[in-house]
Design a protein around this ligand. Structure first.
Ligand code: F0G
Length: 486
């Protein structure tokens, strides 16, 4: 952030555009047809039918010229590739661990961890689950105990570290189940489903102390570590003078096992698991050739491994670590200016709109976040993602598991979008907010059993004053106000 002479903060881009991708601008008629065709599920849209893709920052961040240059030098050897050893060097420098296993993305790392370290009947305490994490642990026969502090579920609270674990609840979970049922405690950096909210270093240290007392390993999901470290630097007393690199190294020194999707913080399509102890490495390593590929590529193209090696170092640089967080802060502040309910304070990944407060006439089972994501798409051509009850799967007995939060995430991939894009989205969401009573709910047309949000199909239903035709009526109101239908 840079201070302007009128006192405002400006998220200043510390990179320039070198390669561009042209964007289509489909008119509202095309957007409406596309969302219907996609079963009101933004995952099922094609990019030709959208303007801005704010679904995720996963694999959609812009790579640097240094990453692309490195990928051209990759060593394609099946075994013993030098590209892999460059990644190992980077992991050692960044996290301080010697043992490194490749996995093609984050959920592949979760699969290996679940297969190698988790038994049926185990319990995994964590600050917050991520969809794929929970799916793999449940498939391995374990249950997940989500124990972030109560602040984490309050979108309006100003708490700076909503990703913190509740220490009392952690003690209770250990007392209830016994340490031998807990293969590890999991902390997620920049807790994604809480709205990209960080944990504090102080909290991580407290969790570590309890893990030590009960001899339970501490595992950190560092998929979004760079944002978490940047927020520690700017929010936690005592860290203002530390570099992002030092903060990430300190997190490494506190954990025992780290895994990450490389698709976010490192902007390459890869993943890894790294650990302090050879014993854990030996437990997991034999699984890599079975499920991923040989130990020195793990299902990742060697070009991406080279890119990850460079990306791991770049993510520790102040300007790189801060650029998404700062643009998101600007985005969120502009939404707040327009009175739109959002998760506060701004965190990582993107802006998170609170669909429960945006659409108070809808209850959880009418899927407010899914309906709002569809409505935003119709009115702007911007694709966001539902992060609420649709993103939860039903319990084994078929009961709906209600999400504490109903959020629409508008992701801000790193170095991909500009201020004009952000201003456009804010304007269209503000228009929609004025017409919010026109938005109805959604009901399942086809509901898969596992990770249903990815490929399930829904249809519009009436709610409050909105009719079951709310998609059409909303489009008509938009066309009335915006003469060019854009
Ligand atoms: N852990 C966290 C915290 C994540 O955010 C993700 C992915 C994963 C694990 C799984 O990694 O996608 O490489 O298999 N998050 C993406 C998202 C999908 O859109 O937030 P993956």
């Amino acid at each position: 952030m840079i201070k302007l002479s009128d006192g405002r903060n400006l998220p200043l881009d510390m990179h320039k555009v070198k390669v561009v991708q042209r964007l289509p601008f489909p008119l509202i008629e095309q957007r409406l047809a596309a969302i219907r065709e996609g079963g009101f599920n933004t995952f099922m849209l094609r990019t030709r039918d959208m303007f801005l893709d704010m679904l995720t920052d996963s694999g959609t961040n812009a790579q640097s010229d240094a990453q692309l240059a490195a990928s051209m030098e990759s060593d394609d050897a099946y075994a013993g590739s030098e590209s892999f050893f460059k990644m190992v060097d980077a992991v050692q420098d960044v996290f301080g661990y010697n043992y490194v296993l490749p996995a093609h993305q984050g959920r592949a790392a979760e699969h290996l961890i679940a297969k190698g370290l988790v038994k049926p009947g185990d319990v995994i305490p964590m600050n917050q689950h991520f969809t794929t994490t929970k799916a793999h642990l449940v498939l391995a026969g374990a249950t997940v105990e989500e124990i972030c502090t109560d602040e984490g579920y309050n979108p309006d609270s100003g708490c700076l570290f909503k990703g913190n674990m509740d220490i009392d609840k952690l003690n209770q979970v250990i007392a209830r189940h016994g340490a031998d049922k807990i293969p590890f405690i999991r902390m997620e950096s920049t807790a994604n489903l809480l709205g990209g909210q960080p944990f504090s270093m102080a909290n991580l240290k407290e969790v570590r102390a309890i893990a030590d007392k009960h001899k339970i390993p501490l595992l950190v999901d560092t998929s979004l570590i760079t944002d978490n470290a940047y927020m520690i630097k700017h929010r936690e007393a005592g860290y203002e003078k530390c570099s992002v690199a030092e903060i990430i190294k300190e997190i490494g020194s506190i954990a025992d096992i780290i895994y990450m999707s490389g698709r976010k913080s490192t902007t390459s399509r890869a993943g890894l698991i790294t650990m302090r102890e050879k014993k854990i490495y030996d437990q997991l390593a034999p699984l890599v050739p079975v499920y991923e590929g040989f130990l020195t590529y793990g299902g990742i193209s060697t070009r991406e491994i080279e890119s990850m090696a460079v990306g791991l170092r770049e993510m520790t640089e102040e300007n790189c670590a801060g650029c998404a967080v700062e643009l998101i802060e600007y985005f969120v502040s502009r939404l707040i200016d327009k009175g739109i309910p959002v998760v506060k304070p701004a965190g990582g990944v993107g802006a998170h709109i609170d669909a429960l407060r945006f659409l108070p006439h809808l209850d959880h089972q009418q899927y407010p976040a899914g309906a709002l994501a569809a409505a935003i798409f119709i009115c702007s051509g911007v694709r966001g993602m539902e992060r609420g009850t649709v993103s939860m799967d039903r319990d084994v007995d078929g009961t709906e598991l209600i999400s504490e939060l109903e959020l629409v995430r508008l992701a801000v991939p790193r170095r991909a979008f500009t201020m004009s894009h952000i201003e456009y989205v804010v304007d269209r969401v503000a228009w929609l907010y004025k017409h919010r009573e026109m938005i109805g709910g959604l009901a399942w047309e086809n509901e898969p059993k596992m990770l249903r949000f990815f490929i399930g199909r829904l249809k519009p239903i009436a709610a409050g004053q909105a009719s079951a035709n709310w998609d059409e009526e909303l489009a008509q109101a938009f066309i009335h106000d915006f003469s060019r239908n854009m």
